[in-house]
Write a protein that binds this ligand. Structure first.
Ligand SMILES: C[S@@+](CC[C@H](N)C(=O)[O-])C[C@H]1O[C@@H](n2cnc3c(N)ncnc32)[C@H](O)[C@@H]1O
Length: 227
């Protein structure tokens, strides 16, 4: 085959791939989000007494939306970070819906930890009802964030924490904890930061749609040691 023919075949394959990816994101993603929102339903918004575990916790509920996940993935792609090579980790994952969203938007795996039994149990129940190829890639842990071991965090992960209402000292504890336990290349997205970022640095502020606001501020953090 001459070079000209080969060039046109490669071009054709690239065009088909681009058209297919476009169709996938325009049609299949909204369809999958609809299925997930239907599966989890309004009963997934589980409220509990916010102070039931003591003053160092705040168990107020609010959610990252499907478009919130889309924003996170758009941000990563704008930095040439491909979600398909990353594990999405939600610390305080509530009903676990963010993990399903993460997979819809192309993350390789999704992990979540949740301290409230009712939310964790609901997340497990819904995980078992996800289609097999998603179910197998979601891992849930009933745990206090601060009890998670170092090996919970794979290299190449994106950690998300919706900590807007966590008490001040808990947010400082969270930053210190993530500084110590997460790998150098981890990307951390939190909704609130304390003054002292310890071993982390602020990379950027981004707007992320949440259930309470369409443009909630989030802070992207990385390890100071990471270039
Ligand atoms: C604002 S909700 C966010 C839920 C989910 N991440 C989302 O964005 O859709 C925060 C969640 O963190 C959980 N949480 C708070 N403190 C925690 C802790 N120390 N360990 C584990 N989960 C915690 C709460 O129970 C709640 O489900």
């Amino acid at each position: 085959m001459d070079n000209k023919k080969l060039f046109f075949i490669i071009l054709l394959v690239l065009i088909i791939f681009a058209v297919f990816s476009n169709i996938t994101s325009k049609y299949f993603i909204p369809k999958q989000l609809e299925t997930i929102n239907k599966l989890y339903g309004p009963e997934s918004f589980i409220t509990v007494d916010n102070k039931s575990l003591g003053n160092q916790y705040n168990l107020t509920y609010g959610e990252l939306t499907g478009s919130g996940m889309e924003q996170i993935v758009k941000y990563l792609k704008s930095k040439n970070i491909c979600p398909s090579s990353k594990t999405f980790i939600d610390l305080g994952c509530g009903n676990g819906k963010t993990l399903a969203y993460g997979l819809v938007y192309g993350f390789k795996q999704a992990q979540g930890a949740e301290i409230v039994e009712a939310r964790y149990a609901f997340a497990e129940k819904k995980r078992s009802q996800l289609e097999e190829r998603m179910r197998e890639r979601v891992q849930l842990t009933k745990s206090d964030i601060f009890n998670l071991p170092k090996n919970y965090f794979p290299t190449g992960s994106v950690v998300f924490v919706s900590n807007l209402l966590f008490p001040e000292e808990t947010n400082q504890k969270l930053i210190n904890f993530l500084s110590e336990v997460t790998p150098a290349d981890v990307i951390i997205i939190v909704s609130k930061i304390p003054n002292n970022l310890y071993k982390l640095k602020l990379i950027e502020k981004i707007d992320v749609p949440m259930s309470w606001a369409t443009n909630s501020k989030c802070y992207v953090l990385g390890h100071q040691s990471h270039k």
